[in-house]
Design a protein around this ligand. Structure first.
Ligand code: PNS
Length: 163
């Protein structure tokens, strides 16, 4: 069985992430979406909240599991018996950092390959921080995240009463 790990901070999950998760689920027997800590970002949602949002938007994908881990991705990948790490690439600006992480992860755990899926053109501009910013300033986020988690995001930025 080929298991792929799809790591990220998912703060919160967007249509862009969902697109990568869906396409990974078609390529691998099992996809483990893992909520991790990005040392350079302070998350808005707790790990449990991010996992809950992910579980809801992936509930229709039978071979997708949601988990979280506070340590190294390389270590998590090894303990899950996964041999692939899937990352989404949006633009050239993502490349350098992703390349650096892929090489570091290979050094730490050579048995896993990092595979990059290019985002669909429709989601190229999308990011969790953009979604949070639009929500905080009272904009419409329905084009960025699935409807079933929209309210959770608005509630978090205390915009729920204003919609
Ligand atoms: O969605 P993000 O914020 O771009 O995801 C980055 C993430 C969380 C996958 C990355 O920061 C990560 O792998 N964190 C786990 C800790 C780790 O393994 N760090 C070394 C990476 S080379």
């Amino acid at each position: 069985m080929r298991i792929a790990v799809c790591p990220g901070s998912f703060d919160p999950v967007t249509y862009g992430h969902l697109d990568i998760i869906r396409r990974s689920a078609l390529l691998f027997d099992k996809v483990v979406v893992v909520v991790m800590t990005n040392a350079s970002k302070a998350p808005m949602f707790t790990k449990e909240e991010r996992m809950d949002l992910l579980r809801r938007v992936t509930s229709g994908l039978s071979n997708v599991e949601v988990d979280s881990y506070g340590g190294l991705l390389a270590e998590y990948t090894r303990t899950r018996g996964a041999d692939v790490i899937v990352k989404g690439l949006r633009a050239l600006s993502d490349f350098e950092y992703e390349f650096q992480m892929a090489l570091t992860n290979r050094k730490l755990y050579p048995n896993a390959e990092t595979v990059f899926l290019t985002t669909t053109a429709e989601h190229m501009y999308l990011s969790s921080s953009l979604v949070k910013q639009v929500a905080e300033l009272g904009g419409d986020i329905s084009g960025f995240v699935p409807a079933c988690i929209e309210k959770d995001i608005l509630r978090k930025v205390e915009r729920i009463d204003k919609v």
